[in-house]
Design a protein around this ligand. Structure first.
Ligand code: SRM
Ligand code: SF4
Length: 574
């Protein structure tokens, strides 16, 4: 594998590439025009991420192609940027059309409220990205060392606080979107990005917030409205938790330094749950985001990418220093944080009614994979529903889809369509199955060490059957699987976390809080799927016998001292 991010010089190679890229242009245009190969130049692979796309190859056929002396089967992953995951039926239909034309009839809902396409050929990349921009969505800064898609508590229509939170998520996203004109030059034939007055390719071009080397590393923001923590706010570099008292939105507690990524065997890397530093008013939310970003821009590690996330910057300098530095730049102090309480990280199943009387229906989708397979025709089904009902579509951070704004008289029609296309199965799913998540992993992810999305159904079925034997089938236990320790399905915040170590082998983490506020702990290392089940069986049996009413599995493991609590949101490997 090509590793252009390692270097022995003062800054990492990625920093040099950014700095010399002319605001992320590099030689992307030339790479796209080169018809001899399905790949792009090495440096352009780094730069393309800022444009929302990754070069990948099909790892299932990698060895075979090597033997045949063929170049890898290259394809591109494209990630859209969709604040809060909220789109209209027409936009869904267009996303569906893009999948059908360019991405092998498959849409993947991600753990950050957006969609990804896989296996897009280089020759189709520009057309696909253009098509996304034509529906007033974009891909800029969906990946790369910038602020990514901003998460917002699922469904803005649920309350006034949800609506305001969604509005603020959009304001943060717009404020932190890169200014570079390279995106419009490369993908949009010079047309401005949606929402921008003009394409910024003027001279001198500038990035007022980021500067020409952007951030040291990716940056993630989420806004939650208690009691739901459906955005997993503690996993983000910057989190906001709405403080609502007597129906009135007072402001947001500000959390910093969350992140999941670590490397096996490297104790200088670790997952972290974000910590509260104070509270701000709704009017201050965007300014706080800007200054948290600029502190990370100026103090983040630009030598070692593995230690470059905000969590490490904060740990090097201290939380108190970080708060003071942010306040100094803001010119005001944050207020004292207020108490809040989360119940769950899960999406509420089935129908939910908003204050205006409209209905919203959550369809749980295994790993967020939307395609037509056998009798389960999710792609066709959502297409039929979008055409018939014109409802809203909301992607959740749990890789599910909420069909939104349904009138009373359309509920039966929607249910009938869902049944017709084999999409109503989740009505009978156990809470455990509904909450289970896996990252994409093989065959597209270059970093996967073990199966994840493709292993999920089997793990779910086997653990579900143990739970059934113990009489636990109605208990909601979170389980998340990733193919490597980067943590894309946030496994370190799951009561049962499985993290790929090698083919067919996983590290087993246990004991996180069901509300997403406490990390789990490494329990067994490098064990097979059979061994995972064998380890879980006695623990689930004891939970069934000794667990208190309403006590979550993770909490039980800690109370009973089967797992020691992880203090201060940190993970220790002792
Ligand atoms: Fe992720 C890298 C997929 C959410 C932490 N992630 C990747 C790449 C792009 C692999 C690569 O760098 O070559 C994966 C592409 C796989 C593929 O074939 O599509 C990938 N990440 C995903 C998605 C699609 C997983 C999913 O199943 O939904 C999620 C897309 C989110 C989005 O729409 O923006 C996704 N990734 C996350 C999350 C969860 C979150 O943000 O809430 C995390 C943990 C939180 C965090 O950032 O700490 C996450 N992804 C990583 C990391 C580790 C970062 C670190 O600090 O060490 C990497 C590797 C890296 O950046 O070097 C990574
Ligand atoms: Fe790939 Fe690892 Fe992320 Fe899974 S957790 S998608 S294997 S980078």
């Amino acid at each position: 594998m090509n590793d252009t991010t390692k270097t022995t010089s003062a800054v990492s190679a990625a920093e040099v590439i950014k700095s010399e890229s002319n605001f992320l242009r590099g030689t992307i245009k030339e790479s796209l025009a080169d018809a001899v190969t399905g790949a792009v130049a090495d440096a352009d692979q780094i730069l393309l991420k800022f444009h929302g796309t990754y070069q990948q190859d099909d790892r299932d056929v990698r060895l075979e192609r090597q033997k045949q002396k063929l170049e890898p089967d290259y394809g591109f992953m494209i990630r859209a940027r969709i604040t809060g995951g909220v789109i209209a039926a027409e936009q869904w239909l267009a996303l569906d059309d893009i999948a059908t034309r360019y991405a092998k009839d498959s849409i993947r809902l991600t753990t950050r409220q957006t969609v990804q396409y896989h296996r897009v050929e280089k020759k189709d990349l520009k057309a696909a990205i253009q098509a996304i921009n034509e529906i007033q969505l974009t891909t800029i800064a969906a990946c790369g060392d910038v602020n990514r898609n901003v998460l917002s508590a699922t469904n803005p229509t649920l309350s006034e606080a949800h609506a305001e939170t969604y509005r603020l998520a959009g304001a943060i996203s717009d404020h932190l979107i890169p200014e570079t004109g390279s995106y419009s030059d490369i993908w949009l034939d010079g047309k401005p990005l949606y929402g921008k007055q003009k394409a910024n390719s003027g001279s001198p071009e500038s990035e007022p917030i980021y500067g020409k080397t952007y951030l040291p590393r990716k940056f993630k923001i989420a806004l939650a409205v208690p009691p739901d923590n459906d955005v997993d706010v503690y996993a983000n570099d910057l989190g906001y938790v709405a403080i609502v008292e007597q129906g009135k939105l007072l402001g947001y507690n500000v959390l910093v330094g969350g992140g999941m990524g670590m490397s096996h065997g490297d104790t200088k890397t670790y997952p972290n749950a974000a910590r509260v530093i104070g509270m701000c008013t709704p009017e201050q939310v965007v300014a706080v985001a800007e200054q948290v970003v600029t502190v990370q821009r100026d103090y983040g590690n630009r030598q070692e990418r593995k230690n470059a996330r905000l969590k490490y910057t904060i740990d090097r300098h201290g939380l108190a220093w970080f708060r003071e530095e942010v306040e100094r730049r803001l010119g005001f102090e944050l207020q004292q944080a207020r108490p809040f309480h989360f119940n769950t990280t899960a999406d509420q199943p089935g129908w939910r009614q908003d204050s205006s009387g409209l209905w919203h229906w959550c369809v749980h989708i295994m790993s967020g994979r939307i395609s037509d397979t056998g009798e389960q025709r999710y792609l066709s089904g959502f297409r039929a529903i979008a055409k018939a009902l014109g409802c809203g579509f909301i992607m959740t951070a749990n890789q599910n889809l909420v069909l939104s704004g349904i009138r009373d008289e359309d509920k039966a029609r929607l249910e009938a369509l869902a049944a017709e296309y084999g999409m109503a199965a989740d009505a009978n799913w156990t809470p455990f199955r509904r909450q289970a998540m896996a990252c994409v992993g093989l065959p597209t992810c270059a970093l996967a060490m073990a199966e994840s999305e493709r292993a999920l159904p089997d793990f779910v079925q086997r653990i579900e059957s143990v739970m059934q034997q113990c009489g636990l089938e109605q208990r909601a236990i979170t389980m998340r699987i990733t193919g490597c320790p980067n943590g894309c399905a946030r496994p370190y915040l799951a009561e049962i976390g499985l993290v790929g170590k090698g083919p067919g082998h996983y590290n087993l983490y246990l004991g996180a809080a069901a509300d997403g506020s406490r990390l789990n702990k490494l329990y067994r290392e490098n064990i097979s799927e059979d061994a995972v089940i064998a380890e879980l069986e006695p623990l689930l049996q004891r939970y069934a016998q000794e667990g208190l009413e309403e006590e979550a599995f993770g909490d039980f493991l800690i109370r009973s001292q089967l797992i020691k609590a992880v203090t201060e949101g940190r993970l220790f490997h002792d």
